[in-house]
Design a protein around this ligand. Structure first.
Ligand code: GLN
Length: 188
């Protein structure tokens, strides 16, 4: 399969390496034409405000939004989750705004408060996986059709709505490919 990774900044290479490790083709998406022919897209962690500015500058915001709304399988990690959210706590504008979730940015504290934990995500696999949080957002509330995949200390950190999944944590920063396999199943 051919999987795009939004490649302006952030954890791009880590996602690409894992896609290739599973024998699939990874495409760096930096302009509208890169969206052609991809079967899924990953919006990596990084800085959501910067990525949003670059989506606007490159004229990709609208075409990408349209593709996702038309059903392109999409996975946002951390900043990617913020790009997808319809609502961002304390901010009056969203970015792609395609997922019925309200997120709180930097919700677990500052950079120093980044942490790793382990948990089994039932819908993904029965084995526990490492969950890495870096200035992570969490989901404050979500629409009826949003499926909650994982909560940590009562905070929602992984969600799915139709063709879109979003995680507060970074599976691409671990050796575990379980979550990526789960996303690729959705793409398939
Ligand atoms: N705090 C960042 C943001 O708001 C997200 C952090 C991350 O992606 N690791 O964009």
């Amino acid at each position: 399969m051919k999987i795009g990774v939004l490649a302006f900044q952030g954890g791009v290479i880590e996602h690409i390496k894992q896609i290739e490790a599973l024998g699939h083709e990874a495409v760096k998406v930096k302009k509208e034409s890169d969206l052609e022919g991809i079967e899924g897209i990953i919006l990596p962690g990084g800085e959501s405000t910067t990525m949003s500015k670059l989506l606007n500058i490159t004229g990709m915001m609208e075409p990408l939004r349209k593709k996702i709304e038309e059903g392109l399988p999409t996975w946002g990690t951390c900043a990617g989750m913020i790009l997808l959210a319809k609502d961002i706590d304390g901010e009056d504008k969203s970015h792609l705004g395609v997922m019925n979730i309200k997120v709180k940015r930097n919700a677990f504290g500052t950079q120093i408060d980044s942490f790793t934990t382990r948990k089994a995500i039932n819908k993904v696999s029965s084995e526990p996986i490492d969950l890495v949080f870096i200035r992570a957002p969490y989901v404050e509330s979500c629409g009826e059709k949003v499926q909650v995949l994982c909560e940590i200390d009562g905070r929602i950190v992984a969600v799915k709505e139709n063709n879109i999944i979003a995680t507060s944590f970074h599976p691409e920063l671990t050796k575990d490919l379980t979550f990526l396999k789960y996303f690729l199943e959705i793409v398939k």
